[in-house]
Ligand binder design. Sequence first.
Ligand code: NAD
Ligand code: ZN
Ligand code: ZN
Length: 354
Amino acid sequence: MQAITYHGPHKVAVETVDVPKIIEPTDAIVKITVCGLCGSDLHAYRGDQSGVDKGTIMGHEFVGIIHEIGSEITNLSIGDRVLSPFSTSCSTCYYCERGLTCRCEKGQLYGFLSDGQGIHGAQAEYIRVPLASSTLVKVLPDITDNVALLLGDVLSTGYFCAESGLEHLEVELRQVSVVVIIGCGPVGLMAILSSIFLGVKFVFAIDCIEERLKLAEEFGAAALNFVDCDPVEKIKEVTSGRGADVVLEVVGNPAALQLAFKILRNGGVLSSVGVHNSPTFPFSPNDGYNKNLTYKSGRCPVRKMLTKSIPFALSKQFDFEKIITHSLKLSDGEMAYNIFEKKLDGCIKVVFKI
Ligand code: NAD
Ligand code: ZN
Ligand code: ZN
């Protein structure tokens, strides 16, 4: 089968590799119909995440049809259309029982093999899914393949980020709160829609890429280009000098986290889903204390979050697929990584149709 594989920083290749086989009786093999390229793939691609084995199949977003099932699987059948969170989960460990499925004791991230340990990714024609019965979710006929793919990662993560930032606020307070989203990539754009869905009326979105800011505006946010203006001053202007009530950081670099902190008012909530590889915070414990900061962060527990993000998707209030600017073939893999990383050709989200 064809697959996009990792070969070192800024090197991916489209290769012919073996079709995966069932290893454990709890595995399933899924024939992929659509898979995605995600901002998180860029951390490996750029070499920020050391230790990824050469030859690892990249990617963690996919939708497909069950092709084969292990002998212990009873809730899935060959031919089922399924989506998957970006990591596997068991549903029975300490963390899964508490809804933190992204920290499952047996969970693994797709597309992460290091010293031979781990599992291959989804930018391929087939994928082996461990713990399939508690990881995969059957897709309702009302949900398109593209939306199902977004539910497996960016849509659910955007929802998680917004909900984490807003859950302490009653609906009436959400309507008068100022929420700022930093970063208008796929996840940030989903966080904008989620904030609106959760009742926020005053949504601001910050980025420096015009086509992303344009889509943020179409989605209902007021766009701020941080190259053309000082977003801290702009938000102060609309909040009587206080700053934003809630800031969602959806970038994953120190500059964005620092901006998020500066924009936030005293007692505000900073909800961060950007993947950070920096060893330190760009603000001090004393800064946090002086702001009565609430800081929430981490990987989205997608498997759990689907109980909320699927109804959000089914509400049909929003055109989620607008973020998909490029629908390509696996054989376009090298070009796709290049345009997605450099944000060329108006690229926001790439999917590969198999
Ligand atoms: P992306 O790279 O497409 O988008 C990031 C956006 O941030 C870009 O549009 C970029 O122009 C903008 N940006 C860069 N620096 C900025 C700054 N200082 N201020 C404002 N905007 C800035 O990525 P994405 O796919 O939308 O993902 C966003 C982040 O979320 C990544 O770090 C990704 O790894 C992470 N992520 C986390 C989870 C999770 O579970 N926590 C899941 C998926 C993705
Ligand atoms: Zn992802
Ligand atoms: Zn578990």
